[in-house]
Ligand binder design. Sequence first.
Ligand code: SF4
Length: 165
Amino acid sequence: MDKIKLGISSCLLGENVRYDGRHKFDQCLKDTLGELVEWIGVCPEVECGLGVPREAMYLTDSPESPRLITKITNIDHTDKMLKWAGARLEQLEKEKLAGFIFKSGSPSCGLKEVLSEKRTGIFAKKFIAHFKLMPVEDSDSLRDDKIREKFVKKTHAFRKASSSS
Ligand code: SF4
């Protein structure tokens, strides 16, 4: 069977792109999906030019219109991130992704909860607004077998629907 093409937060693949120069390799994803998937890694913070290592960030202002701010020096990277994201999302359209897996808890990639608040990371928010029907899930949720199976089914259905339209 053809591999399914999924976007993923790069740190989950083991790339050393986190603010502290480390990764968040996800063994569970590798063991369960590795053989079935062609991964397209995206690290919004590195790709928009923030570098490694970098200052950790948090989200502030309303969940509808969040700002991405560095924790110590209070630099606002929102506009830089959103400008980069607009162009990157257009590039990703060409990849014909069947879904995207976001790193849980990140102010850029978090999908459901960031720093114990019900918030969506700034890149994840722009991604789901752009690819409205594409299946997305966060890395922590995919440790649950049922959620993972459901997500995989949705990605196959999305790919089928996309290729016939
Ligand atoms: S969570 Fe997202 S922004 Fe943070 S290191 Fe991983 S890929 Fe990069």
